[in-house]
Design a protein around this ligand. Structure first.
Ligand SMILES: [Mg+2]
Ligand SMILES: [Zn+2]
Length: 193
């Protein structure tokens, strides 16, 4: 059974810039590529799990979400040979304006649907040994709902979540880390393999 790390995208791997309309504006958080590479080298699956409401809100087509995801994956590979094993995203948003995407669903974090999808694709993942890394309270609740450990990074919205200015942290994180590099180090130190 394998350990997996479910990585949030915006504010965790790449710099939080709101809704990114130009792929060229995607910028990795410094150290992110090396951090993912270290997890790769330890045999830990690295899987992106991301809520992306921009298409449901009518800001851009769903193809643009794929392009943004692809750019993040490409930058990680270019900078440090880091590999993302799979990407899952939820395009749904109940308050959206594009009818086919504006619904409730089982995959919008904190619901655990994206992790359940990953388990179908990688049946050897051991959720109890696995981690979610993210910058929002919903990422930590996502971890709890799936039975993983939750690590809050203080990049992106993380510092505001920690100070109570953004969202409410109903579930305490298993760890708070300054960024993805510190989270990777924490995982490598505590992962049971
Ligand atoms: Mg985020
Ligand atoms: Zn969804």
């Amino acid at each position: 059974m394998r350990c997996a790390v479910f990585l949030d995208r915006d504010g965790t791997l790449n710099i939080e810039k709101g809704y990114i309309r130009n792929v060229a504006d995607v910028e990795l958080i410094p150290g992110a590529a090396r951090a993912v590479r270290a997890l790769n080298d330890a045999g830990i699956l690295c899987i992106i799990t991301s809520n992306q409401t921009g298409a449901a809100r009518g800001y851009y087509p769903i193809s643009h979400i794929h392009a943004l995801n692809h750019r993040v994956v490409e930058l990680l590979m270019q900078e440090a040979g880091a590999r993302i094993d799979a990407v899952y995203f939820c395009p749904h948003y109940e308050g959206g304006i594009v009818p086919e995407l504006s619904c409730s669903c089982v995959c919008r974090k904190p619901a655990p649907g994206m992790i359940h999808q990953a388990i179908r694709d990688f049946p050897d993942i051991d959720l109890k040994k696995s981690f979610v890394v993210g910058d929002k309270a919903t990422d930590i609740a996502f971890a709890r709902n799936a039975g993983c450990k939750g690590i809050l990074v203080t990049t992106g919205y993380g510092q505001d979540v920690l100070s109570g200015r953004y969202q409410t942290l109903d579930v305490a994180p298993d760890a708070v880390c300054s960024d993805i590099t510190a989270a990777s180090t924490y995982i490598l130190r505590t992962a049971v393999r």
